[in-house]
Design a protein around this ligand. Structure first.
Ligand code: GTP
Ligand code: MG
Length: 238
């Protein structure tokens, strides 16, 4: 656990749940239903990684791999302004990449092994890691093949995190209600995709209004229990 860096989420209680923030040299998976805040957290971390270490950042740049087309520069601008940062500089320090299918997504990650060390990147976001794989390998009959491809992709991401001391953050949408479970364990509640990869798994749930609940699963080294955070105009906060 040498030289591990931590990136603040913007919420002190969420940071504490994660042992101080999102860590480098590992994968952190945020999983939860639609609207639970996965994409907002990814935007916030892409801004916060640029902060100085005193302010919870790593003086680094972010790579944002978007598979669903839900990235918004305006949101980055608002979050940067809220922190008193120059929005244009903050946007310059985010390398946006759109992945159009799973093969493209895998090829982008391959290229990151040369791109990341050359560009002071300290955070790689993959929002979402599962959507293309689910669309291209649908149903039970493709489950084994899909899971195998995903596992090898995740191992590649883990090597990237370890090799260059970067934080890798992935998202995974799961269904809200277990009664609509069609036998696919990766879409069920708690059916996080990192089951066979080391890393930190954070479940997000919707609460009243802009409140969200986070819980870390299967991490003996992290505090148990749940924390509440909010999604405001400024971004992720306590
Ligand atoms: P899926 O990708 O559909 O699975 O959802 P997600 O988990 O990525 O949800 P996301 O992070 O997109 O969270 C959506 C929620 O964030 C919305 O319901 C809004 O409450 C909030 N949100 C998104 N954009 C803004 C914004 O610009 N301002 C504020 N105040 N809230 C926002
Ligand atoms: Mg999203």
């Amino acid at each position: 656990r040498l030289n591990i860096g931590k990136i603040t989420t913007g919420s002190k209680s969420l940071d504490e749940l994660l042992g101080g923030g999102v860590e480098t040299k590992t994968i952190t998976e945020f999983f939860g239903e639609y609207g639970s805040g996965k994409t907002q957290i990814c935007h916030q971390l892409s801004v916060n990684v640029q902060l100085t270490p005193e302010k919870g950042g790593l003086n680094g740049r972010a790579v944002y791999i978007d598979t669903e087309g839900t990235f918004r520069w305006e949101r980055i601008e608002a979050m940067a302004r809220a922190l008193g940062l120059d929005p244009d500089k903050v946007m310059d320090n985010i390398y946006y990449m759109r992945a159009y299918n799973s093969d493209h997504q895998i090829a982008i990650v391959d290229e990151l092994f040369t791109f990341v060390p050359k560009n002071d990147v300290k955070l790689v976001v993959l929002d979402s890691v599962t959507s293309h794989f689910r669309a291209e390998y649908p149903g039970r009959e493709h489950l084994a093949e899909r899971q195998q491809k995903l596992n090898s992709h995740l191992h590649q991401l883990m090597r990237l995190a370890e090799a260059y001391n970067v934080a890798v953050v992935v998202t995974n949408q799961v269904m809200a209600r277990p009664d609509v479970f069609y036998g696919d364990p990766t879409t069920a509640v708690g059916g996080h995709v990192l089951a066979h990869t080391p890393g930190v798994r954070v479940q997000l749930r919707k609460s009243k209004g802009n409140k969200r609940i986070a819980r870390v699963v299967d991490a003996p080294h992290l505090p148990e229990g749940e924390v509440v955070f909010v999604i405001t105009e400024e971004g992720i906060r306590d």
